[in-house]
Write a protein that binds this ligand. Structure first.
Ligand code: GDP
Length: 139
C-alpha cells in the first residue's frame, strides 16, 4: 500500500553536509521525497515534536541537539513507506544498526543518529501536519 512517512535529517548530518548522501540512500531504497524543507527548529517546535520523550533523562540533550543547527524535514512516499524507512534508517544506536543503513553509514552516537523516521502511520500523519501544508506535498 502506498504510504507517507515523515523524516528529519538531523543537525549532526546537516552540519557534515550529508543531506545529499542521505537522500541518495532514501531514493535508492525506492522511497520518493515528495516534500522537503530546511528549517531551524525552535525550542518550542522541538519540545512539541519530542513530547513523548519529555520524561526521559536525555530529553534536554535531545532538544538541545535538534535546535543547535538546521534540520531538513521531509515527507517520504512509497510502498510500505513507514516500515521501509525504519529499516533504511537502522537501529537507534548506530552500534546496533545493520550494514548499509543510514545510521550505520553516518550516525555518530545514539543521540546524534542523523535521522528521524515516524514509528507508526498515526504518528506520521501528526508529524507531517506539524511541518507541511497539504498543498506543499507533491506526490
Ligand atoms: P528512534 O525512533 O529510533 O529515533 O528512537 P526513539 O524514538 O527511541 O528516540 C528518539 C531519539 O531520541 C533518538 O533518535 C535519539 O536521537 C534520542 N535518544 C534515544 N535514546 C537516547 C539515549 O539513550 N541517549 C541520548 N542522548 N539520546 C537518545
Amino acid at each position: 500500500m502506498t504510504e507517507r512517512t515523515f523524516s528529519i535529517i538531523k543537525p549532526d548530518a546537516t552540519r557534515r553536509n550529508l543531506t545529499g548522501a542521505i537522500n541518495a540512500v532514501i531514493e535508492a531504497a525506492g522511497l520518493r521525497i515528495v516534500a522537503q524543507r530546511r528549517v531551524k527548529l525552535t525550542d518550542a517546535q522541538a519540545k512539541t515534536f519530542y513530547e513523548v520523550h519529555a520524561e526521559r533523562p536525555f530529553y534536554g540533550e535531545l532538544v538541545g541537539q535538534m535546535t543547535a543547527e538546521p534540520v531538513v524535514v521531509q515527507v517520504l512516499e512509497g510502498d510500505n513507506a513507514m516500515a521501509k524507512y525504519r529499516e533504511v534508517m537502522g537501529a537507534t544506536n548506530p552500534k546496533d544498526a545493520a550494514e548499509g543503513t543510514i545510521r550505520k553509514l553516518f550516525a555518530l552516537s545514539i543521540g546524534e543518529n542523523s535521522v528521524h523516521g515516524s514509528d507508526s502511520l498515526e504518528n506520521a500523519a501528526i508529524e507531517i501536519a506539524q511541518f507541511f501544508k497539504a498543498e506543499d506535498i507533491v506526490g
